[in-house]
Design a protein around this ligand. Structure first.
Ligand code: SAM
Ligand code: SF4
Length: 331
């Protein structure tokens, strides 16, 4: 299918993937993301499902064709399956995915699949309840595991597990997580810790690199063979073990993929962002609630894309963290 390629930035990058945060609320308090005591946006500030679907339709008209719902914890939004159904029906959108911590998945996996959701990423950093609780500041491992089993029963073909790697915290989780995912047929991906935590504890020395994690996996489990990426916008580098199982690495700090970035973001409170690390936002809620036309929404999105920087610049002296943390932006 030929698609409009209207969301091309100053560096020639074409934007086709829209990440939509549906809430900043969460039922965990992961140390790398949220503060221990979080203050959330009032509900009326969050975009309604119809508002989100309208923005998605405008973005699709400009060439976006994949959507990922995230948060905060997206499954905390009432009847998320209804939003999935609205988005799946938007002409031009050919894939809707969700990233979740999995705590509410056992209750919702069936309805999400029935609504047309095909791809699911579940975040899981440890298989030990004490470590899970140290990281997430809440208990919940049993519920995540029950959620994964329910997702399997609901028919999700490929379930990905995202695990954040933090030096001094997650080293002992690497091998058990990989063995579990290999056994269960989940596609595990390790993500480097980014400077987006609410408590500003990120430090370059705490980044456990994908290369270091891979070295542990090769030493403890066996040699890995790199796969060729089918999607050039794909930030992960995936590998396979000869005797089965895939594992991938998302290395935004040590191997930035900004030159291939195809992502745009919509925050739960209706702001466009052109990068996780944007320090500027474009207010689409004002248009949605102030009688703005679709053409005005499209113009705002183009303005946001046009202003995108070449790279996040984490390792440059001028790097400034965004004012909002991961749970407020949408990971
Ligand atoms: N609550 C859902 C979840 O945890 O999957 C969705 C939102 S969460 C912000 C999305 C992803 O961002 C999760 O996989 C989480 O581990 C990751 N994440 C959060 N903070 C991060 C950070 N500072 N660096 C790297 N990844 C982070
Ligand atoms: Fe919640 Fe996800 Fe952030 Fe953890 S990473 S606090 S589950 S939004």
């Amino acid at each position: 299918m030929s698609r409009p390629a209207v969301l091309v930035d100053a560096f020639g990058r074409r934007h086709t993937d829209l990440r939509i945060s549906v809430t900043d609320r969460c039922n965990l308090r992961c140390t790398y993301c949220m503060p221990a005591e979080a203050i959330f946006r009032p509900r009326e500030e969050l975009l309604a499902y119809e508002e989100i679907a309208r923005v998605a339709a405008v973005a699709a008209g400009l060439g976006a064709h994949t959507i990922r719902l995230t948060g905060g914890e997206p499954l905390l939004r009432r009847d998320l399956a209804a939003l999935v159904a609205l988005l799946v029906a938007v002409p031009g959108i050919d894939e809707v995915a969700v990233t979740t911590n999995g705590l509410l998945l056992a209750e919702q996996a069936h309805d999400l699949a029935a609504a047309g959701l095909r791809r699911l990423n579940v975040s899981l950093d440890s298989l030990r309840e004490d470590v899970f609780e140290r990281i997430a500041r809440r208990r919940g491992l049993d519920r995540v595991l029950a959620g994964l089993a329910a997702a399997r029963r609901a028919g999700f073909a490929e379930i990905r597990i995202n695990a954040v790697s933090i030096r001094g915290l997650t080293e002992d989780e690497i091998v058990p997580l990989a063995r579990f995912c290999r056994r269960e047929g989940f596609h595990l991906r390790f993500i480097e810790f980014m400077p987006l935590d609410a408590e500003d504890a990120w430090d370059r020395s705490r980044v456990l690199s994908g290369a270091d994690v891979r070295a542990v996996l090769e030493r403890e489990i066996g040699p890995l063979v790199a796969e060729t990426a089918s999607d050039p916008g794909q930030p992960a580098v995936d590998y396979r073990w000869a005797d089965g199982g895939r594992v991938g690495f998302i290395n935004p700090v040590t191997r930035p993929f900004c030159d291939r970035c195809d992502r745009l973001r919509l925050t739960a409170d209706g702001q466009f962002r052109n990068c996780l690390f944007s320090t500027t936002e474009w207010d689409v809620k004002r248009l949605l609630r102030g009688g703005g036309t679709d053409a005005e929404i499209a113009a705002l999105l183009r303005e946001c894309v046009a202003a995108k920087k070449a790279a996040h610049g984490i390792d440059t002296p001028e790097f400034a963290r965004p004012a909002r943390a991961m749970y407020q932006i949408g990971g």
